[in-house]
Design a protein around this ligand. Structure first.
Ligand SMILES: Nc1nc2c(ncn2[C@@H]2O[C@H](COP(=O)(O)OP(=O)(O)OP(=O)(O)O)[C@@H](O)[C@H]2O)c(=O)[nH]1
Length: 630
């Protein structure tokens, strides 16, 4: 049974190598996922830890330099205070110093004195240049005492001497007085000239916090962030009260503007990272959010005055519990943020870096992701390489194997043999199988050729035997003339073709019984054969042994005369044979034959034909034999 081609040729998805590759790919993907999970499991926490550590180091580094800047401000304040104290001790009570107050200051409104404008724009007095200086002496007890006047003049001198050196580090350098006065050095801002005439500086928390009753320990103070309304900028101020013999002389102060703080404290490590700096009261010293929000506050920013939920949460936590020292990580304050806390010893501030947890997670994921990507790339490369080699070393040889198997199925052994084993790709087992196919094909071809040869021989023998059988079926065994069966067939044929003119002849050897009796049966056989051969030589005729010593003949002829002539010639040849029949009952002493012949009539039966010819033969016998009757 032939197998349909569709069953023989497998679809690609069913191919062995494709299935093999799919199995390998599936297992690889599972192993890869497991490996990636393991990598994530092991590296993610440490990567996260390392990211946090890195951020802590960055913050620490930044704050160290920032702290150095702030410490420098504090050291400057020390120097300034000392310089002021020295001058104060040297000049207080000096009439010349007091006299300078009258020359340098002017009463700009009743009870309000200001340093003349030229001290801001620039003026040369003696060999000293005064510039960037302004002083506001606000409402307060009047008249001004000489000591107060001396302090004001000394503040102008000390500022002109020392403040220019620090103008790049701080926004301004100033002395504030507990009596509602303020002397300032600032090249940009003539504050002392512009301050409102009714301004009460000590009403501000920044200055108020320096007063003896507000600050009995006399500790220097870094204020929280506040908006200097008259100058129009956000700033923090360092205030160092300076007392002498229990008298609060002045506060040595520096403003450090928000812009300057931003350059250092508010520098963040990423777009979404926010910073807050809080002092010990929870007041906001600095914040990156402030730049974005710009609240218009005039006083120090506290949780009550600055509406920033995260800042308020941070301040609440800072103030509620133990003092935070060193570095801490607040992971639980907010779901979305991780907060690094760094305490700055000097000043007593806390620096908060607020990182979105998503950012830390994505940074922490970068290493495991890189490992995973490398893993995926490696697996893909290995799979591609394997796919290439499996297709080349297994799939193609197997396809050739299948092709050869199909040739076997088609019994196309010659094709298999012709395909050189060397041309078929494949090594090892596949090559062995191909080689075995080739050997098998060669043997099949040889066996087939042998078989075909034997079949040819047998067929030839069979054909001969068949022919013999056929002859035997149609020939008479003794005379080898056509037999009665053949005669019947031929008569039927002639009768079926009425257009063909044909004659039927019946012949009988004369006194053949006598011949047999005298010369023996074998001699009778030989005579029968010899006379039968003469019958066969008659032209356009077929001779049959009708039975016993009776012969029959079908002659093609148009006329009876033609047949008559041929029979006469035959009769003569029989005579010429001169088979001795000395004891014949007939006149002739040689073996003779009698003939009766008739034309075959259309439509008659073979029986009628034979009977008519037989009668004519009988007639010939009756006339003495050796004659021809029509
Ligand atoms: N040797 C030999 N004799 C045969 C063969 N067939 C028939 N005969 C003999 O032919 C003889 C025929 O004898 P009959 O029928 O009496 O005819 P006849 O002797 O020829 O006499 P007529 O026909 O009247 O001339 C018989 O003796 C048969 O035995 C044969 O194949 N070989």
């Amino acid at each position: 049974m032939s197998v349909p081609n569709t069953e023989r040729r497998e679809e690609p998805r069913k191919r062995l190598t494709t299935r093999l590759l799919w199995h390998v790919i599936s297992v690889s993907v599972v192993l890869l996922l497991a490996t990636i999970s393991l990598v994530f499991w092991n590296t993610y926490p440490s990567a996260k830890q390392s990211v946090v550590q890195q951020l802590q180091e960055q913050v620490g580094e930044k704050l160290r330099s920032n702290q150095a800047q702030l410490q420098a401000v504090e050291a400057q304040a020390e120097l300034l205070s000392q310089a002021y104290l020295d001058r104060y001790q040297a000049f207080v009570g000096n009439p010349e110093i007091i006299g300078r107050f009258e020359k340098w200051f002017e009463e700009t409104s009743p009870g309000v004195f200001r340093l003349q404008e030229r001290f801001f724009s620039g003026t040369q007095i003696d060999d000293r240049l005064f510039r960037g200086l302004s002083v506001f002496v606000g409402p307060g007890p009047r008249p001004l005492s000489d000591e107060y006047k001396a302090r004001l003049v000394i503040s102008v001198i000390v500022l002109s001497e020392m403040a220019p050196a620090w103008r790049k580090q701080v926004t301004n350098t100033h002395f504030s007085f507990p009596e509602n006065s303020l002397a300032e050095y600032s090249l940009d801002d003539p504050w002392g000239r512009q301050a409102a005439k009714d301004l009460v500086i000590t009403d501000y928390s920044t200055v108020r916090s320096t007063l003896q009753h507000e600050n009995p320990s006399r500790t220097p103070i870094w204020t929280g962030l506040y908006h200097d309304h008259s100058s129009g900028y956000w700033t923090i101020t360092y205030q160092q009260p300076l007392d002498l013999h229990g008298q609060h002389l002045i506060n040595t102060s520096f403003d450090v503007g928000l812009q300057q703080l931003n350059e250092t404290l508010n520098q963040t490590e990423g777009e979404n990272v926010e910073t807050y700096v809080l002092n010990e009261t929870g007041a906001l010293v600095s914040s990156s959010t402030l730049i974005k929000k710009r609240p218009e506050r005039q006083d120090t920013l506290t949780p009550e005055t600055y509406d920033d939920p995260l800042y308020q949460e941070i301040a609440a936590r800072l103030l509620q519990g133990d003092t935070v020292q060193g570095q801490q990580i607040w992971d639980d304050l907010d779901d979305d943020y991780l907060i690094l806390v760094q305490h700055l010893g000097t000043p007593n501030w806390w620096y908060f870096s607020v990182y979105p947890k998503a950012m830390i997670t994505s940074q922490a994921l970068s290493l495991p992701l890189l490992i995973a990507l490398i893993g995926v790339a490696l697996v893909v490369a290995v799979l591609l390489t394997m796919t290439y080699f499996v297709r080349r070393e297994v799939s193609r040889p197997l396809t050739q194997l299948a092709h050869v198997a199909a040739l076997v199925d088609q019994k196309n052994y010659h094709e298999i043999e012709q395909q050189s084993v060397e041309r078929m790709r494949g090594y090892g087992e596949v090559k062995q199988v191909l080689s075995a196919f080739r050997t098998m094909a060669r043997r099949f071809v040889a066996a087939n050729e042998q078989l075909e040869k034997r079949i040819d021989e047998r067929t030839h023998d069979l054909r001969l035997a068949n022919r013999k059988l056929d002859e035997l079926a149609h020939l008479d065994g003794l005379t080898e003339l056509l037999n009665r069966r053949s005669l019947q067939l031929d008569i039927d044929n002639v009768l079926a073709n009425p257009d063909v003119s044909c004659f039927f002849v019946m012949a009988d050897l004369d006194d053949f019984k006598g011949f047999n009796d005298n010369y023996g049966h074998e001699a009778g056989d030989r005579a029968l054969i010899a006379i039968g051969q003469l019958f066969k030589s008659v032209e356009q005729s077929r001779t049959y042994r009708f039975g016993g010593e009776e012969l029959a003949m079908l002659c093609r002829a148009e006329t009876a005369a033609e047949v008559e002539e041929r029979l006469q010639q035959l009769q003569q040849r029989i005579h010429k044979l001169a088979i001795d029949h000395t004891h014949s009952r007939r006149a002739s002493k040689v073996l003779t034959a009698s003939f009766g012949y008739t034309k075959i009539r259309p439509g008659e039966t073979s029986r009628e034909l034979i009977q008519r010819a037989d009668k004519l033969l009988y007639k010939a016998k009756a006339q003495g034999g050796d004659c021809i009757i029509n």
